[in-house]
Each structure stands twice: as C-alpha cells, then as structure tokens.
Ligand binder design. Sequence first.
Ligand code: 6PG
Length: 232
Amino acid sequence: MIQLSVHPGSEATAAAVADLIADRVALAQSARGVAHVSLAGGTTPRRAYELLAARLADRERIAWWFGDERCVPPDDPESNYRLVSESLIAGGISPARVHRIRGEDPPAHAADAYAGDLARDVPTDADGVPMLDVALLGLGEDGHTASLFPGDPALGIKDVWAVPVVAVKPPPNRITLTLPVLRAARDVIILATGAGKRDAVARVLAGPDPATPASLLADANVTLVLDEAAAR
Ligand code: 6PG
C-alpha cells in the first residue's frame, strides 16, 4: 500500500520526513525499546538529516543502518556515511549508534559482514527477515531505490539481506540491502523531490514492475514523501 504525502518545496518536504521518522522512532521505542532505522544515500535526504536530530526525544535507543553504500572510504565525498556524518551525526547523534557499511572493504566481504550485523541485531519477522522499524529510501530518475537498479539480478534475491552490486549510476561498486529486508520494514518512506523525479514517481504508483525497482515495494507499508514538483 502506498500513501502519498506532498509538500510545498524541498524545505517543507525535508521537515515532513524528519517529523515522520521521529514519530515512528518514538512509537518503536515505546513498543520495543530500541528503534532500527535505515537511511538513504544520495543528495536529497541531507536536509532531512540536518533537521532530524533535534526532533528525537530519545537519541540513545536508536540503531541507525544504511539502505546502501558506495564502495568508497567513509571520508570520500561519494560516501553515504559521510553524508550522514556531516548532517545527522553532526546534529547530535552518537556515531556509536550508526552501523555503517564498510565501503572501503572488498564488496563481497563488506556485504556479508553487514548482512550478519543485521541478522544479529535487528529483530526478525515471522519469516526470519530482519524487520527494520523505518526504511528511508530515495528514488532515482530510472526508478532505482537503495542500490537496486532496473534489471539487476539483485532484485531476485530472497534470502540474503545485503549484497554487492555494480550499478549504472557512478560510483558503480555499491552494497545494497535487498528487497526482502526493505519490504519487511514496518514503515518504508520513499523521499523524492524535483520535477526530474516525476516520471519515476508515476511509475512507482503504476504498480509493481521490475523495470522500476522502487515499485516492487508497493506491497509494503509505503509513504511516498514528495514535493509538489515531483508529484505533479
Ligand atoms: C545512493 C542512494 C540512491 C539515491 C537515489 C536518489 O547511494 O545513490 O541510496 O538510491 O537515493 O539515487 O539520489 P538523489 O537523492 O541524489 O537524487
């Protein structure tokens, strides 16, 4: 099921995402003690991360994960960890609570290690799939999300939680969470802003299609948070 949440401009959209995550974190903390939240990379979520820390009543009982990472060192300008470090962590989140994907390691090794961390630390659903409380995702103009790109064999993986991929979007070598983990999240939040994302948004809403990986989450509990330019 996909719910739409449309906002006037990128600042209001960033604030709406920060509010939604903070709300879901509080719910998870009161229900289960610790909230598990996976974060998106790319450029769009930076402002939401800058706003988020101040909205969190309890910053301690949260485990932060990543939906994907580029295979670069954590201080590289292309690193999703660096994005989070300069925004969310800079906003007052302890780095010790952030489970980063070791992009500097050999990709297969880093993916295995991350899948192991997820299996060890994140409570599972009835099928044994790690069940995040919130999975925040971006959306590429080609309909990719995390680092799950159209036509990638990784879309068919059922029983491994994190895998290396070679993407069309630079930098090519990446590690991504797989569809079963993203689908199992209690709340999937897909954030997209700007007219450039309009076509991809329409394809996500048109129903599940492997040519639009983000649409394969349609059977999950999805909130599509958009600015007006992406929604029109
Ligand atoms: C990544 C992301 C990726 C991103 C989309 C949108 O590491 O590249 O996780 O899935 O969310 O490509 O990127 P922008 O926000 O930069 O448009």
